[in-house]
Design a protein around this ligand. Structure first.
Ligand code: C5P
Length: 403
């Protein structure tokens, strides 16, 4: 991959994750991008302008009132120069000021003055990220077309664990690369299912599974980056909808079946990343089931419809990609499922202890009728991009390359 002569403006704001942007600038320079850095005053307390100047090979600007800087490349010129604007780390304060259209420092002024796509990579304490004020600002920015990257969950510099970690430099680099990419699925319609299904037993209990929806949501975002028009049918998950993706929320396997079949009517590709419950209680109790001390409770289960097999049974159906989550003989079961369900491709993953479900990274093995490839363990977001690249290649090989 190359970003030869691509012009990327990075806005660094005041947060400890600023140190990671040094690495990002290097990685972008490795790809031959032209990088210019604008810092807020707060950012200079974490990393010096000299560091970014050395790494980018360009003067770094902090102040709107810098006469020399303005003479060399004025703020409007800088805004026009940029093909992409990435604000990383994006502090709560900068997000607030962007949401309100401030223009009292160089960075916010450039954001107002640019026609380039703007990306923000928030980084802050998990409590701050969860604050309604921050979420409202993020909502405002999203509606205006600003692309919000992350944040990820995990350990934080402040000692907390939660959502608010900035995406890693390699993830930000990949997103920028993809944004300049060829978009092989432009004009195509992709339906993705994600998350678990919940099968109600009574008004308060259900049978579910441990799928977090992360993989499916990452696949939906990657399909969008590849240019597709994406519908995401999501089971009950605590995940933010990727910008630009249409989301349909469902709870049970039967609801997911109906929503997927409906959306798939006009779809080119269906990717079944949901962990659909195979069975549901034969009867839904109208009232909470009571405990009868001393005697076991027997639940009778009945089979759910197989969504992807139902699509495969249609005379005309989208290109079908299934997922196979297995705890043993992953290859054997996956290949069998590919044939038995009539799929075009299957992504097999090992969900043994600590793998697959509820974790941020994963490895996959893709199988199609006459081949296979292993996709090495990496962040689900990156893995999803690799998966979509393979899906696009196989889909286009079978369907020609014009929409
Ligand atoms: O049989 P198994 O559940 O392992 O198959 C996994 C694949 O089949 C996944 O792509 C899943 O979304 C899909 N599936 C489905 N409907 C079901 C069960 C699984 O579409 N009822």
């Amino acid at each position: 991959m190359s970003l030869h002569q691509r012009r990327i403006l990075i806005g660094v704001t005041g947060g400890i994750a600023a140190y990671k942007i040094c690495e990002l600038v290097r990685r972008l320079r490795d790809l031959q991008a032209e990088v210019r850095v604008v810092m807020t005053e707060g950012a200079t307390h974490f990393v010096t302008p000299t560091t970014f100047q050395a790494l980018s090979g360009q003067p770094v600007r902090v102040s709107l009132w810098d006469e020399q800087g303005e003479a060399a490349m004025g703020h409007i010129e800088l805004a026009r120069w940029a093909e992409r604007v990435l604000i990383a780390p994006a502090s709560a304060d900068t997000l607030a000021r962007l949401a309100h259209g401030h223009a009292d420092d160089l960075l916010t002024t450039v954001v107002l003055a640019t026609a380039a796509p703007v990306y923000v990579a928030p980084a802050m304490n998990q409590q701050m990220w969860a604050h309604l004020a921050v979420q409202a600002n993020i909502g405002t920015l999203r509606v205006r077309g600003v692309e919000v990257l992350g944040p990820a969950d995990g350990d934080q510099a402040c000692g907390d664990i939660g959502s608010g970690r900035m995406l890693e430099p390699h993830e930000l680099r990949d997103i920028l690369v993809a944004s300049f990419g060829e978009q092989p699925l432009r004009g195509r319609r992709v339906v993705v299912s994600a998350g678990p299904t919940y099968e109600d037993i009574d008004p308060v209990r259900f049978i579910g599974n441990r799928s977090s929806g992360r993989m499916g949501f990452a696949v939906a975002a990657a399909a969008r980056d590849a240019g597709a028009d994406v519908t995401l049918v999501a089971g009950p998950v605590a995940m933010t909808t990727p910008t630009g993706v249409r989301r349909v929320d469902v709870r049970s396997a039967r609801q997911m079946h109906d929503a997927v079949l409906d959306a798939a009517d006009s779809a080119d590709i269906y990717i079944g990343a949901a962990a659909v419950g195979d069975y549901r209680p034969a009867e839904l109790a109208g009232h909470k089931l009571k405990k009868t001390a001393g005697s076991p409770l027997r639940l009778e289960l009945t089979e759910n419809p197989d969504i992807i097999a139902a699509l495969a049974a249609r005379p005309v159906h989208p290109f079908l990609v299934g997922f196979a989550a297995e705890t043993r003989d992953v290859a054997g079961y996956a290949q069998d499922k590919l044939r038995r369900k009539g799929l075009d491709m299957i992504a097999a993953n090992d969900v043994g202890a600590g793998k697959g479900f509820e974790v941020a990274d994963n490895a996959l093995h893709l199988y199609w009728r006459d081949g296979d490839i292993a996709l090495a363990r990496t962040a689900k977001t990156e893995l999803a991009r690799h998966l979509i690249a393979h899906v696009a290649r196989h889909f286009l090989a079978g369907h020609g390359s014009t929409p």
